[in-house]
Design a protein around this ligand. Structure first.
Ligand SMILES: [Zn+2]
Length: 325
């Protein structure tokens, strides 16, 4: 794919975001745009795949198999589960990303297990529970939600969550278990660094379906520069990832942990997800090339404006320098 195609794809996809938000009719007005802008050293020939394995801690064997996957991977640990601490220490030692997988209230009333954040808790109870969940694990890099289709729609409670993460310099990864999530809007408001999931790998546990979802993540990574996929320590998921990840690397994909992705993206935007004063300069405008001509370039420099207005994205993608709002 040429640099021009890459930019075109990013701009075209970005332009869809406000439309999708309107179609859903639920996204909060202050929800930050996703995908986030790419840093200056983004290389369209090396899309970034970020793989997270949730629900680690209950089963030691599957946990160990997950940790043995080609990395860097990210693992999300359920609090107060029998093997969470042991596996989290091992994951830290091998340089993986570590998340607290915080159980959050869901719309189906599935039991949350220990350490759950519920709609019935008041602010003090919810925050004490979250603090305890964090204290029960070795130091983590951030938090994502286990279930949470009810709690992540509740702005007040997500604000309470962010009040705990902010002073601890933890980020929030929204697993997006509901289209009406306000988690990233709340994180954005509190200046808590944030990311969000693109693909669930194993809602359908068949090998074929999981492989298909992994390819979907790879396609999104090519289109946006990166993609975040979440799976679980199921034998089928571990098998597909174990076989396919080495091949994807040979095809040019890079793997990053969530923490690595966040610091890479922050080099473009600062840790709030908004373009910062120190964001790298845009490349010079590129003149159209004759069909078939080969152009040698430095690694492409891309910075996309966060504006929801299509014109801004397009202008930026052509290498001009409009005012970002
Ligand atoms: Zn989970």
């Amino acid at each position: 794919m040429t640099f021009r195609h890459f930019l075109g794809r990013v701009a075209a996809t970005a332009a869809l975001i406000p439309c999708l938000a309107l179609a859903a009719g639920k996204a909060p007005a202050d929800a930050p745009a996703w995908p986030r802008p790419l840093p200056a050293d983004a290389d369209p020939s090396k899309p970034v795949l970020v793989l997270i394995i949730d629900d680690i801690g209950q089963n030691l064997d599957y946990g160990k198999q997950a940790l043995a996957l080609p990395g860097p991977m990210t693992f999300a640990f359920l609090p107060q589960t029998p093997h969470a601490v042991e596996l989290a220490k091992a994951a830290r030692a091998q340089g993986s990303g570590l998340l607290l997988h915080a159980p959050m209230a869901n719309q189906h009333h599935y039991p949350l297990g220990p350490g759950g954040l519920t709609l019935k808790q008041n602010r003090e109870e919810l925050q004490q529970t979250l603090e305890q969940d964090l204290a029960d694990l070795p130091p983590v890099d951030g938090v994502n939600n286990h279930m949470g289709s009810a709690l992540t729609e509740d702005r007040e409670r997500m604000n309470w969550v962010m009040e705990i993460l902010k002073p601890r310099k933890l980020y929030f990864l929204d697993s997006r278990t509901t289209a009406a999530t306000v988690a990233t809007a709340s994180a954005f408001q509190h200046q808590v660094p944030w990311l969000q999931r693109d693909v669930f790998l194993d809602d359908d546990k068949s090998l074929k379906a999981i492989a298909g979802q992994l390819e979907r993540a790879a396609t999104l990574a090519k289109r946006h520069g990166y993609a975040i996929a979440i799976g679980h320590p199921y034998p089928e998921t571990l098998k597909v990832l174990g076989e396919r990840l080495p091949e994807l690397r040979k095809e040019g994909f890079r793997q990053m942990s969530t923490t690595q992705l966040l610091s890479w993206l922050d080099s473009a935007t600062g840790n709030t997800g908004q373009p910062s004063e120190s964001a790298p300069a845009l490349p010079e405008p590129v003149e159209p090339q004759a069909p078939g001509s080969q152009v040698k370039r430095r690694p492409p420099a891309v910075l996309l404006c966060m504006s929801p207005h299509r014109q801004h994205w397009q202008q930026r993608s052509r290498g001009y320098r409009p005012q970002c709002p």
